[in-house]
Design a protein around this ligand. Structure first.
Ligand SMILES: [Zn+2]
Length: 343
């Protein structure tokens, strides 16, 4: 494959987005700024004085079963996956993400609005080459009914099998996506996270979900989509799983050349698989100086990348769940937990 973007890229200008935090239910905002070549994607909590920079890398993923969360010291940022997916989807290698609060705004449940913002300000090429992660032999990861495979390929392709027998509307869906920024914007970015009405009905009846829910996700009841505008694609759900997968795998920190096949995976399994792919690749190449080490141990290392220099304290990695194929981003479950606790 001829890479249309051999040089690293960043935003031409900063962009700003605001919305509701899915977990807190509070207004929050992000400012996404250009940053130097080689600095990667880095988050900073601007609401915390003296907050550390948090690289969007596997070493900084913190336990969370319902979303992807990055953490360093006392600072953490939740729901990074849709923004990371948009950044990868547009082939933006370097950006500083300033976030005011503990989570990225949920927007409409997809990555479309971020892509539109990036497209509007434009991108610039930088003076460093993009370094691709290639695999030379198949890599497998399985646990329970969840399977992930990476096969050698000259392109980045993602194929996903979604099996959701508890919903007649979703059922089993399959989608295979050959990556390019244009196709990402057309086929993947508009696809929203989803939830079953039956899962949230008791909370709607108690008045714990008061509007706005249909603005953040697809809600499915029986064979119907409850959102007035309907689904954006008949298979929007499986496409959103690919959106999530792209965001989670971007934590490897390098563009990927492989055919990734995922069956019923979620954020935890995506990240565990990404660690295996990264570790496997370390045998041949080094994408930065952060070497993945064994989990289940306390360790300290130094991250030295342009624009990032922090003492990093790694904490114990949790044992992954047996299955990882339940609800999508768990958006409603988190709304419900938060609102139930507040009632
Ligand atoms: Zn998602």
């Amino acid at each position: 494959m001829t890479n249309p973007h051999p040089l690293q890229r960043t935003l031409r200008k900063e962009v700003f987005a605001q919305g509701i935090g899915i977990f807190t239910g509070e207004k929050t905002w992000v400012r996404i700024c250009p940053s130097p070549a080689g600095s990667g994607i880095v988050f900073r909590r601007v609401d915390l004085e003296g907050s550390s920079l948090i690289p969007a890398r596997l070493d900084f993923v913190a336990p969370s079963s319902r979303c992807t969360r990055l953490s360093l010291g006392d600072a953490s940022v939740m729901m990074v996956e849709h923004l990371l997916s948009a950044l990868y989807g547009m082939q933006i290698d370097n950006a500083l993400v300033e976030v005011h609060g503990p989570e990225i705004p949920g927007m409409d449940g997809s990555s479309q609005e971020f892509v539109e913002l990036f497209t509007k300000v434009g991108l610039i090429e930088q003076d460093k080459s993009r370094e691709y992660l290639e695999i030379s032999s198949p890599i497998f990861w399985s646990e329970g009914g969840v399977h992930l495979v990476a096969l050698p390929s000259s392109e980045y392709r993602l194929s996903y099998v979604l099996h959701y027998p508890q919903s007649i509307r979703i059922g089993s869906q399959y989608y295979s996506f050959s990556f390019s920024p244009d196709r990402y914007g057309q086929e993947i970015a508009p696809c929203r996270t989803f939830s079953l009405y039956e899962e949230i009905q008791p909370f709607i009846e108690k008045g714990l979900i008061k509007g706005g829910g249909l603005e953040n996700a697809l809600v499915i009841r029986g064979n119907d989509i409850l959102n007035p505008e309907g689904a954006r694609f008949s298979d929007e759900m499986v496409r959103h799983k690919i959106l999530d997968l792209i965001g989670d795998l971007s934590l490897i920190g390098a563009p990927i050349l492989a055919h990734v096949i995922a069956i019923c995976s979620g954020h935890v399994s995506n990240v565990n698989f990404a660690k295996i792919v990264y570790r496997n690749n370390l045998k041949n190449r080094d994408f930065g100086k952060e070497a993945l080490q064994n989990s289940h141990s306390e360790r300290t290392t130094i991250v030295e990348r342009q624009g990032v220099s922090e003492n990093v304290n790694f904490k114990e990695t949790p044992t992954p769940p047996k299955t990882d194929s339940s609800s999508c981003c768990g958006i409603y479950q988190n709304i419900l937990q938060t609102r139930s606790a507040n009632v």
